[in-house]
Design a protein around this ligand. Sequence first.
Ligand code: FMN
Length: 166
Amino acid sequence: MKKVAIVYYSRTGRTKETAHLIKELLRGLEIQADVYGLRCVKEYGGNYIRMVIDTLLGRTTDYKIQDGFKPSSYDLIIVGTPIWAGSISPPIRTFIMDNVSSMKNPIACFVTSKRRKNYSIKFRNFLTSLGYNVIADITVVDSKVDSENIVKFVKEIAKSLNSTTK
Ligand SMILES: Cc1cc2nc3c(=O)[nH]c(=O)nc-3n(C[C@H](O)[C@H](O)[C@H](O)COP(=O)(O)O)c2cc1C
């Protein structure tokens, strides 16, 4: 059975909700997904100024991930983040920078945002520029409104996994 890891950061729960929805949709296609939420060592709380400044300056931030996350034990990794000031959140930026050499797996990425813009394409291009092999991306503004596209995203992931069956 193919195994997928979903790694996300979520401050107010919307990205977390989307991560779990993707997990359930994958389960419907008989693909097992483990979900890992990142936590900032120094959480942002309601400090919007710090969120915006860290994001605009492309700063990294210390984070924790549950014990047991081992990229090599997965066939594919899905990375999800909220959009802050037009970009990916600092903890996810840090995670992907930290794992450039260890995550050789195909990657799919998703973002959640208030506005409907091509944020996930920007994220995808950033991952590609670092050398990641990105197979799908999606921007989610509302998980109900976007449900059809989320299903499409999950099917794309399943197709990619099935095409690598040995
Ligand atoms: C500091 C900050 C900056 C944000 N900047 C943007 C933005 O530039 N564009 C946008 O569409 N949404 C923006 N948002 C909205 C979030 O991306 C959106 O609410 C996201 O789904 C929150 O995810 P979460 O609940 O997982 O933390 C911003 C939110 C915060 C807190």
